[in-house]
Design a protein around this ligand. Structure first.
Ligand code: NAD
Length: 346
């Protein structure tokens, strides 16, 4: 465990199997230095425990970085449940998961993620109060992650391309799910020209019809001659094979863990491509969770999420001045913040 390539000084990793309900789950608390660890619960048919562990370690670290770069009083955590949600998800299993979260005494706050829903959290609340979505606001269907990506993209288009707005901006969106679809909607409303891909033909047809998008085959998305490439599907899409093919000047999207390895940030920079760190662009959900406890009106939540644009603009300016990449600056800022706050802890 301690030699695992994705282990990053995680505070706590809990493995649990509940024979009665069939629950097999892992909770990873990466850091509570800045506050309780917040993060979603992914219910997924992982190939094996190794794949589940890799996922939960990586994603929980990402949650720490999202909260820290947005200066929120939250840490980073994540949980995974191994199984097929359509087949394995039962009230008994959700209760067992709730008890597992309760056992951490508030150090981990569980949220919805792929394979879990707000209704599932409501079931878990019979066992624990440490869940997201406890306010009326949480039930509002706001596309906060896409809105944050939009804010980051506006800042990048202004800084890198000198654009005052997004009219005519050419954007290639990879993946038209919960993040990519509303991102297209926001971009289309602002006059951007969209190229899209998805493995689901119905989704690309929908984008062609609703947003006048041009659909391309999934593998052709990389070489589109566009201003921005927005990965909104899978992780590790920025790698040795794809970076040489990229036709975009900026990468800014919602997917988690877009770089196959940290060195790919430099590979992008070497090609003159500006990479907006994924954990900054897609931090809308964490800001949303924090904001809902302060002012849960949709306007207040979306306004809070626009901070991602201001933060992005700030780091882009610093990166230009110091000739460093945005990621190297945001990474060091997060590490510094954790070290400063960690040093103050008793
Ligand atoms: P989703 O499952 O709703 O959508 C993903 C879409 O990508 C689907 O339409 C799928 O068909 C498509 N896709 C899958 N493989 C593809 C491929 N090879 N090429 C093109 N399209 C492909 O997922 P989502 O919630 O939209 O999340 C997308 C990404 O954003 C994930 O990496 C997720 O971890 C990250 N993310 C999501 C949120 C959120 O609020 N949903 C928040 C932060 C980060």
């Amino acid at each position: 465990m301690f030699d695992h390539p994705e282990f990053d000084g995680h505070e706590t990793v809990v493995f649990s199997r509940d024979a009665a309900s069939g629950l097999t789950a892992i909770i990873a608390v990466h850091s509570t230095v800045l506050g309780p660890a917040f993060g979603g619960c992914r219910f997924w048919p992982y190939e094996d425990e190794g794949a589940a562990l890799t996922d939960v370690l990586r994603l929980s670290r990402g949650m720490t970085y999202k909260a820290a770069i947005c200066e929120l009083p939250l840490g980073g955590g994540k949980s995974v449940i191994m199984g097929e949600p359509g087949r394995d998800k039962t009230p008994a299993l959700l209760h067992a998961m709730g008890r597992l979260v309760e056992g951490l005494g508030g150090r981990y706050i569980i949220a919805d993620d792929i394979g879990t829903s707000l209704d599932d959290l409501a079931v878990m609340r019979a066992e624990t109060s440490h869940t997201a979505a406890t306010t009326a606001a949480a039930a509002q269907p706001l596309a906060v992650t896409a809105f944050g990506v939009l804010a980051a993209m506006e800042a990048a288009a202004s800084s890198v391309l000198g654009r005052g707005d997004l009219a005519g901006l050419r954007v290639a969106v990879q993946g038209l799910g919960n993040v990519g679809q509303p991102l297209c909607e926001y971009l289309h409303a602002r006059g951007a020209e969209l190229t899209v891909c998805d493995i689901d033909a119905e989704r690309t047809a929908g984008a062609e019809k609703d947003f006048a998008a041009t659909a391309v085959a999934p593998d052709a998305i990389y070489e589109q001659e566009v201003d921005v490439f927005a990965p909104c599907a899978l992780g590790a899409v920025l790698n040795d094979k794809t970076i040489p093919r990229l036709g975009a000047k900026i990468v800014c999207g919602g997917a988690n863990n877009q770089l196959l390895s940290p060195s790919h940030d430099l590979a992008l920079a070497a090609r003159g491509i500006t990479y907006i760190p994924d954990y900054l662009a897609n931090a809308g959900g964490v800001i949303d969770f924090h904001q809902e406890s302060i002012d849960d009106s949709p306007a207040a939540v979306l306004n809070a999420v626009t901070r991602i644009g201001a933060i992005t603009a700030d780091y882009l300016a610093r990166a230009a001045a110091s000739n460093e990449t945005v990621l190297s600056l945001t990474d060091s800022q997060v590490r510094q913040r954790l070290a400063d706050c960690g040093a103050k802890s008793p």
